[in-house]
Design a binder for this molecule. Structure first.
Ligand SMILES: Nc1nc2c(c(=O)[nH]1)N[C@H]1C(S)=C(S)[C@@H](COP(=O)(O)O)O[C@H]1N2
Ligand SMILES: [Mo]
Length: 200
């Protein structure tokens, strides 16, 4: 059997760890919404309810999942809504270059619009044939397969269009702004000029 290619410094653990900062939020459908705001084409914010999100067309992505703490989960099968579908419903202004994806409790991660719209990125509602569990992001999480796992925001509640890059939760706290696992972009001290906005 050929050896699986995983990014440098990563290993495959026995089980899938649950990893996040803070508590697992409760889902209350009446209060839940997904907001698309910031530099929208119309200038106004868009809001989707849970039934509206659930009715959108679905696609699937199968990809390895890489956490910066060095575990890689091979071949995870995700089903959900392509970010491109959301972006069609709630288009950005032409000046938008990046997005900040927001979760419950203020967790956030930034990425280039191109990474958000990449075909390996998904707003996932299901994993490996089942609804997401609460600790893995129910009702919806982002999966950015080509970047380290902290960009795969669980419990997504907002997408903010940015006209210039801005650091999210971990990107402000010493993690690499771009986070490409194949280039081992783990920490902000490894950044080159142009990889991210100045650190304060
Ligand atoms: N809202 C939120 N999403 C988050 C995190 C977090 O702390 N809060 N942690 C991230 C990190 S570091 C990783 S590796 C993955 C882990 O996903 P899992 O718990 O489904 O394995 O979630 C990411 N998404
Ligand atoms: Mo992580």
């Amino acid at each position: 059997m050929g050896e699986r290619r995983i990014p440098p410094g990563q290993h495959v653990p026995r089980n899938w760890p649950v990893l996040h900062y803070g508590r697992v939020p409760a889902f209350r459908e009446e209060r839940w919404d997904l907001r698309v705001f910031g530099a929208t084409a119309s200038g106004a914010a868009h809001r989707l309810t849970w039934p509206q999100l659930r009715e959108l067309p679905r696609t699937a992505v199968t990809a390895d999942f890489h956490c910066v703490t060095k575990f890689t989960i091979p071949d995870v099968h995700w089903e959900g809504v392509a970010p491109a579908t959301l972006v069609e419903l709630a288009p950005p202004a032409p000046e938008a270059t990046h997005v900040m994806v927001w979760a419950e409790y203020g967790y956030s991660a930034n990425m280039a619009l191109g990474d958000f719209l990449h075909r390996d990125t998904l707003l996932a509602l299901r994993r490996d044939g089942a609804e997401l569990s609460p600790e893995h992001g129910f009702p919806v999480r982002l999966v950015v397969s080509r970047l380290y796992g902290w960009k795969s925001v669980k419990w997504v509640r907002g997408v903010e269009y940015l006209t210039r890059d801005r650091r999210g939760f971990w990107e402000e706290r010493g993690y690499h702004n771009r986070a490409d696992p194949w280039r081992e972009q783990r920490y902000s001290y490894q950044e080159d000029d142009g990889d991210g906005p100045p650190l304060l």
